[in-house]
Design a protein around this ligand. Structure first.
Ligand code: AMP
Ligand code: MG
Length: 267
């Protein structure tokens, strides 16, 4: 999955990244789903270990355009993990209280503690995406945020947080289909807002903003992955693979019991 990793300080051109890509995975959807199931049970064990060891903290950031598949990916990739140790934090337009503070205030308090895995559904990156595209703060304010975000994430990383960031990459045509599907399906309509159509008109501005985010804030301690996301199964496969591989790399161990239990028998 290394081909989706964004190297630090690069110029990203999203037009050159194929959202239909399925890499060198030859099996197609059916085999992909089988593979995801295997990764899923690995993730279950790894998450149990993370919780038991109570040492590492894991932060997963998901960003995407509307209908990009953040909710779907969370449902699929984390299917079956123990909710006691996994949490989703969703970031919407800031509340008045949140706006009274700096933009990282609401973010930092949701960061994972030891043994915990937290998934950010949107994140502090909205503060250089929607905020930039809609001129919610002047350029001299949001431009400083790339460095600020890098430093913030460095603090988390140097305090034992493993950070993984995924941008789910769909194209404009795929979004059209998915928005239309939301309109047509009574069980999906609740997700549709007329404002989504206004946002869609700003597609190119968003792509430019995403290119800056990906190019300026990918670091070895907090890498971005550009995930081809037109095909949902491949999107989930990429995220699962990266996550499992990263957690395996932590070489976690079950803690030893606090007392010597040799020879202890339960009567
Ligand atoms: P949804 O993910 O569809 O529930 O939508 C959440 C909305 O909140 C999106 O339109 C985001 O752009 C918006 N949002 C999230 N964070 C911010 C932020 N920091 N400033 C302004 N809008 C935001
Ligand atoms: Mg929405």
């Amino acid at each position: 999955m290394k081909q989706y990793l964004v190297k630090p300080d690069t110029k990203v051109n999203l037009a050159k990244v194929d959202p239909d890509d399925t890499g060198d995975f030859k099996g197609g959807k059916e085999k992909g789903l089988t593979e995801i199931e295997k990764l899923n049970s690995k993730l279950e064990s790894l998450q149990e270990l993370l919780f038991a060891e109570h040492k590492h903290k894991v932060l997963i950031v998901l960003q995407a355009m509307d209908t990009g598949g953040k909710d779907g990916a969370i449902r699929r990739v984390f299917d079956g993990v123990n909710p006691a140790g996994v949490r989703v934090a969703s970031f919407k337009a800031p509340t008045p209280e949140e706006l009274d503070h700096d933009y990282l205030w609401r973010i930092h308090r949701q960061a994972p503690g030891k043994g915990e895995m937290v998934i950010f559904n949107r994140s502090h990156y909205e503060d250089v995406l929607v905020v930039r595209v809609h001129n919610l703060v002047p350029p001299e304010v949001w431009k400083k945020r790339f460095d600020q975000i890098n430093e913030f994430e460095r603090i988390l990383a140097e305090s034992g947080t493993t950070i993984l960031k995924f941008y789910l990459h769909i194209d404009r045509d795929e979004q059209k289909e998915r928005l239309q599907a939301r309109l047509d399906d009574p069980t999906k309509r609740w997700k549709f807002r007329l404002g989504d159509l206004e946002e869609r008109k700003l597609w190119d501005d968003y792509m430019k903003a995403y290119e800056d985010v990906l190019g300026k804030t990918s670091a070895d301690y907090a890498p971005w992955y550009i995930v081809p996301a037109n095909r949902k199964w491949y999107r989930d496969l990429v995220i699962s693979s990266v996550l499992v591989e990263t957690l395996e790399g932590l070489k976690m161990k079950y803690p030893a019991p606090e007392e010597n239990l040799d020879g202890v028998v339960v009567e």
